[in-house]
Design a protein around this ligand. Structure first.
Ligand SMILES: Nc1ncnc2c1ncn2[C@@H]1O[C@H](COP(=O)(O)OP(=O)(O)O)[C@@H](O)[C@H]1O
Ligand SMILES: [Mg+2]
Length: 248
């Protein structure tokens, strides 16, 4: 469904992604495991097209700071040079790192804003799907997003990504900064999303332990390079992964 081929990304002279090739099959949950600065967000932004938008913005300001080599294809189309908003329409949706939401708008308004690219008649259907997936959001629907806890904001951010009925959902460190009990709930929700929609999911995390049991396959990124790949099971039982990514 998605193929990233020989991707290289430079910020000025610093290499953030080095000759990385990955693929995702339709219906899979695929994980990218990597510590801080491994290149996870750069990869997510490359797939969503945000990196291309950032590159253009910087060019307009007169700088040429970001260099991208390699290609990205999605359902047989080369999307290497496709803008982020076009990719959203094609079904690629990113839930960004640190769950940005519109803090001055309430929960329902956030979900409404997020649905603007989807057919209007789907709003109610998707809204009830999101509330069903995250019942904790129901009593909070009139609360300003800025007053939600980190876990609630993360649920809202993922809910917002789902409003446009993505084909490929990209989750950039959804567990970051959340209490372990909330992490467990979110992981269960991710499994449920896959079960109840036919969305394909790519999830990036530095904490491998909660993620490896739910992924079909995973890639381990170190300094922008592919260090290891395997099934969720293989990675879970790999002693090096346990030592490096299971934390304490
Ligand atoms: N906008 C940027 N400008 C310059 N360097 C960046 C930028 N974003 C990321 N980097 C660098 O690229 C590398 C990969 O970063 P990132 O993709 O954010 O990794 P991760 O999400 O795994 O923490 C890091 O060395 C980081 O410092
Ligand atoms: Mg990141």
């Amino acid at each position: 469904m998605l193929k990233v081929d020989k991707l290289m990304v430079f910020y000025e002279n610093a290499l953030a992604i080095n000759e990385l090739s990955i693929h995702i099959n339709e219906g899979e949950i695929v994980g990218i495991i990597g510590s801080n600065s491994a290149g996870k967000t750069t990869l997510m932004n490359t797939i969503s097209g945000l990196l291309l938008d950032t590159k253009l913005k910087e060019q307009r300001k007169g700088g040429e700071r970001i260099t991208i080599f390699g290609s990205v294809s999605f359902i047989g189309n080369d999307i290497t040079n496709t803008w982020a908003d076009e990719r959203v329409k094609m079904g690629i949706v990113l839930s960004r790192e640190r769950h940005p939401v519109f803090v001055e708008s309430d929960v329902k308004e956030n979900l409404k804003i997020a649905s603007y690219l989807s057919p209007k008649n789907k709003f109610k259907e998707m809204l009830s799907f999101v509330y069903d997936l995250f019942p904790a959001l129901v009593p909070l629907r009139k609360r300003k997003a800025g007053f939600l806890s980190g876990g609630e904001q993360q649920m809202l951010a993922i809910g917002m990504s789902l409003m446009v009925k993505p084909k490929l959902l990209l989750l950039d460190e959804p567990l970051l900064g959340l209490a372990p009990t909330i992490q467990v709930k979110l992981i269960e929700s991710i499994v449920k999303i896959r079960k109840e929609t036919n969305v394909t999911i790519l999830i990036c995390e530095q904490f491998a332990r909660p993620v490896l049991p739910i992924i079909d396959r995973g890639y381990v990124l170190e300094n922008g390079m592919l260090a290891l790949e395997g099934t969720g099971n293989e990675l879970f039982n790999n002693p090096e992964i346990k030592a490096a990514y299971f934390g304490v």
